[in-house]
Design a protein around this ligand. Structure first.
Ligand code: FES
Length: 202
């Protein structure tokens, strides 16, 4: 796992823009009165989206005030979950799963590809400044291991060669097609189904 600590350089202030504010209010409405603190994870996610995919300390303080909860509680949540970035990441943010199912299917070959194409170290921008990578724990797509996430999309059934090609594309500002790179539809068996053949929608 990568070391998680807030960026040294932090903006002084943060506040939701109009769009984020509307989304945050909608989410808070879903919780009973005085239970609005339960919206903290969703609001952190909104803040991250607004702020180029990372959460400054000022945003945690802002969310604390927004939800009427202590800043330290927001900080605890933001620093615990790896889906929140505590320092700036590339426009293309690559997360390689290296938990056991992916690891035994070759996840460290994907890590090698990231080191070769993006940067030797995690959380470091590529030479052209548009990409960074980290190792993460299970992303819930183990059946399509090994896999990685780039921004909001999953790239699955990978090997080193395929990963290098995908990374080459994002380094050139393109968005490669997400999904299985062994031609599977979602997580269906390779070469079609072999069971439940009589059930059309199985
Ligand atoms: S172990 Fe990699 S997605 Fe679950």
């Amino acid at each position: 796992m990568s070391l998680r600590k807030p960026a040294k350089e932090q903006p002084e202030t943060f506040e939701f823009n109009q769009e984020s504010l509307a989304a945050a209010k909608e989410i808070v409405k879903k919780y009973p009165k005085d239970k609005q603190q339960s919206a903290v994870m969703a609001l952190l996610y909104i803040a991250q989206k607004q702020n180029g995919n990372w959460i400054p300390l000022a945003a945690m303080k802002y969310i604390g005030r927004f939800l009427d909860m202590p800043y330290i509680k927001v900080y605890e949540v933001a620093t615990f979950y790896t889906m929140y970035n505590l320092s700036p990441v590339g426009k293309y943010f690559v997360q390689v799963c290296t938990t056991t199912p992916c690891m035994i299917r070759g996840a460290y070959k994907l890590v090698e590809a990231c080191k070769e194409k993006i940067s030797d170290n995690q959380n470091e921008l590529s030479k052209n400044q548009n990409c960074s990578w980290i190792e993460v724990e299970c992303l819930g797509a183990c059946v399509n291991a090994p896999m990685m996430q780039i921004n909001d999309d999953y790239y699955e059934d990978l090997d080193k060669e395929k990963t290098l090609k995908i990374l080459e594309e994002i380094l050139n500002g393109k968005t490669p097609k997400p999904g299985s790179y062994r031609g599977r539809v979602n997580n269906e068996p390779e070469n079609n189904r072999k069971t439940l053949l009589d059930l059309k929608n199985a």
